[in-house]
Design a protein around this ligand. Structure first.
Ligand code: 5AD
Length: 350
């Protein structure tokens, strides 16, 4: 058995591909006892394309209004217990100003699926940022929209778009979301975004309720097929005001394993070591970087709003996680033998 696993690892490292049963065997073995070698292979793979660089992105959570009611998410429409906020265009620009001065050259604008921010408003905001900071990349992460809307965002100069697929199994998708949402539509959005020319990010949660090992394999194979430029993976963490408040959270080691497998399947991918990972383990972010991740996303939102962007309980939003902590974060990264990199950090093929 062990010998077979070694052969699988070797094949994955050399060919950047494995079939369903092979991936499943690899995950099953690692769930019994974690094999550090897979992290080393993932790290080596990352270094072939990105060297020691860890890219910094400035994250702005500009609205926590959301028209969706995802069972896992704290900013779901049905949560009446949170204070809703929207940043103004001026607030967003002010944050960009601070971020740019700190050295950030990527701004990630994330929000709930908030219809208040019409296509016109988004275009206006992107336009302003691009005019003022032509040397910075702009990433949008604002949910599902039409082809025509995405096209307008692209024409306004948006460089990248993040939209996690959440789970690639339709039946599983339907257990995490109300009937008004569809995996088919989400998947279509991802293909539209790729077609238009964005650097596209997909991704999923590890340990979301009802997720099986087969589901994770399906996520990995879906990502292999989609070939996104970025992949966001973090553990599921329950939120007290959601349908899943009593469900168990995702496991650190399985999350790390998924990061490593994504790196090995998609060698050139930009892979963040996520806030959720840093939330469930004080060394989570560092461990993610050792498992093949190469991006960190400190929070640039104005401090007084951060607590309200509560996707899950105990979300970290200060210290190393925040823009004010970037010197510390930089130091920690450098002390791991990695290189903090504030440049745009585009995908190597773009
Ligand atoms: N735990 C972990 N991640 C979550 N997200 C939403 N709710 C949770 C939660 N409870 C993730 C989703 C979404 C991203 C912005 O945050 O994957 O796409």
């Amino acid at each position: 058995m062990d010998k077979n696993i070694d052969i699988l690892k070797e094949k994955l490292y050399r060919e950047n591909n494995l079939g369903h049963d092979e991936l499943k065997a690899l995950i099953d073995t690692n769930m019994k006892s974690l094999d550090e070698e897979i992290f080393n292979l993932a790290r080596q793979t990352k270094e072939q394309y990105y060297g020691k660089a860890v890219y910094f992105r400035g994250l702005m959570e500009f609205s926590n209004y959301c028209r969706n009611n995802c069972y896992y998410c704290g900013i779901r429409k049905g949560n009446l217990n949170i204070r809703r906020y929207r940043l103004t265009a001026k607030d967003i620009l002010d944050s960009c100003k601070i971020g740019h001065r700190l050295g950030f050259r990527t701004f990630v604008l994330q929000s709930g699926d908030d219809p208040y921010f019409t296509d016109d408003k988004i275009v206006e905001i992107v336009d302003m940022i691009k005019n003022r900071y032509p040397d910075a990349a702009v990433t949008l992460s604002i949910g599902e929209r039409d082809y025509a809307s995405y096209r307008r965002f692209w024409e306004a100069g948006t460089d990248r778009y993040l939209l996690r697929h959440e789970t690639a199994n339709k039946a599983h998708y339907n257990r995490l979301h109300p009937e008004s949402m569809s995996f088919q539509r989400r998947k279509k959005c991802l293909y539209k975004l790729k077609d238009i020319g964005f650097q596209v990010g997909a991704g999923f949660m590890v340990g979301s309720p009802y997720q099986t090992v087969d589901n994770m394999v399906e996520d990995l194979l879906f990502l292999k097929e989609l070939e996104p430029h970025m992949v966001g993976i973090g553990p599921f963490i329950p939120h007290k005001d959601t349908v899943f408040k009593d469900k168990e959270g995702g496991d650190v080691n399985i999350t790390l394993l998924m990061l490593a497998l994504v790196r090995l399947l998609l060698p050139k991918v930009l892979l963040p070591s996520t806030t959720a990972l840093g939330t469930i383990d004080p060394l989570g972010r560092e461990k993610g970087l050792m498992a093949g991740a190469n991006v960190v996303m400190p929070n640039l939102s104005p401090k007084n709003f951060r607590a309200d962007y509560s996707l899950y309980d105990n979300k970290i939003a200060t210290g190393l996680e925040a823009a004010e902590g970037i010197d510390d974060l930089r130091e920690r990264i450098e002390s791991m033998g990695l290189k903090a990199d504030m440049s745009r950090g585009d995908h190597v093929d773009m």
